[in-house]
Design a protein around this ligand. Structure first.
Ligand code: 5GP
Ligand code: ZN
Length: 143
């Protein structure tokens, strides 16, 4: 919601004021220089398939499967470690967005994999919480 307000506020302002708005929100919400925040704010390019006030879905730039989507909360949460109890509805929303995307992309029947990498050893490289949706080829068992 905050991110959504920030984007819309910034859109109607002259560029120098828009930069001020983004600077304020970066400091206030600890967004740093986050590529996913920039994609969500429309400041960096991405192949966006879906967005609403809570979530944005776009294609991974280095796909690891024929279909590789990133399901990303619009609000900057660095990782699952920073998730709060009050974010429960947001996470449910992300899961439902994943389910809907899988159906829309026609992979729901054959199946797909959802992954949330967390922290360095978990393989997380972008510290803005996101879920990978991988599909279009058989996945090896995890174990
Ligand atoms: P992680 O390793 O953090 O779980 O996943 C980060 C993912 O983001 C990687 O699969 C990587 O390919 C993708 N990625 C990194 N930078 C960009 C970018 O600028 N645009 C898009 N669309 N994907 C990105
Ligand atoms: Zn971010």
């Amino acid at each position: 919601m905050i991110s959504f307000a920030r984007q819309h506020l910034a859109r109607f302002l002259p560029p120098f004021l828009s930069h001020l708005v983004h600077f304020f929100f970066r400091k206030r919400y600890n967004m740093g220089d986050c590529i996913f925040c920039r994609i969500i704010a429309g400041q960096a390019p991405a192949d966006i398939l879906f967005r609403d006030d809570q979530v944005t879905v776009f294609r991974d730039i280095h796909p690891a499967a024929p279909l590789h989507l990133l399901i990303v909360p619009n609000r900057h949460i660095p990782s699952l470690n920073e998730l709060q109890e009050q974010d429960a509805a947001l996470m449910a929303h992300l899961l439902l967005a994943a389910k809907r995307m899988a159906a829309e992309q026609g992979v729901d029947k054959h199946g797909y994999r959802l992954i949330i990498n967390t922290g360095i050893q978990g393989g997380q490289t972008i510290f803005h919480l996101h879920m990978h949706l991988l599909a279009g080829r058989p996945m090896r068992p995890v174990g």
